[in-house]
Ligand binder design. Sequence first.
Ligand code: ADP
Ligand code: MG
Length: 267
Amino acid sequence: MPTPTAHSPKEPADGTANGTAYGTANRLADGPAAPAVLRARALSRVYRTGDTEVRALWEVDLDVARGEFIVLLGASGSGKSTLLNLLGGLDRPSSGELWFEDHCLSNADEDTLTRYRRAHVGFVFQFYNLIPSLTVAENVALVTDIADDPMSVDEALALVALMPRRDHFPSQLSGGEQQRVAIARAIAKRPQLLLCDEPTGALDYATGKRVLEVIARINQELGTTTVVITHNAAIAGMADRVMRLVDGRIDRIDRPARRLSPAELTW
Ligand SMILES: Nc1ncnc2c1ncn2[C@@H]1O[C@H](COP(=O)(O)OP(=O)(O)O)[C@@H](O)[C@H]1O
Ligand SMILES: [Mg+2]
């Protein structure tokens, strides 16, 4: 009979736990090929108002690999934003565990979550939330001024192909251009995670594609782990993995055989 081998993972010299609570033995069947940067176990978010209880997210297990591009699909109300907000430290779960590398987010206090967001997460929402009285470059500088190791404003603007517009005001730009400024602002601090909640929701077909191309290029060129919410199923072809949420649960996970460029998508 084989003798069971006891594993005692060595801690790295800097004292950070390696692999923390979950080793490779716990890897999910549909999990990523590379080590996970985000790990959720039985992650739930329940809203209670009076007598009603809404299970916005219910016992979700999820591993996201470093550099992965994940598309989250699902009907309105299926829990996509709830999941993204938990991953980004904008909200806390009702139960379950959530880890970013070796940081436990599920029991973190507000200050810790604020530091986590500031250091590691770039957000892009449906509406661009630019400051109208500041130029494009000044909107991006709001982030680069306070980040630890930011890229330059112009480097960020070049990544979204907006250098020629750097001194314009948001009102002088189209919706797609404004969203690209929001993306530049999100990535300028070189976040490890880029979380996008319906980034093309307010844009027309061609403009939406252009914005998705920018997000896909950032994922590939900077290696930024990226999660994009959409109810546009055609966008799924861009992903390493596609997760479909139904009623607060991950209903299925697909791994497209070949990752398409946004230019190849049609909808
Ligand atoms: N603050 C809240 N209070 C009560 N219910 C909420 C709240 N936020 C979201 N919900 C409910 O949680 C469910 C999931 O919402 P959400 O994550 O926003 O879905 P999606 O982003 O997929 O449209 C929905 O039923 C929604 O009504
Ligand atoms: Mg939503």
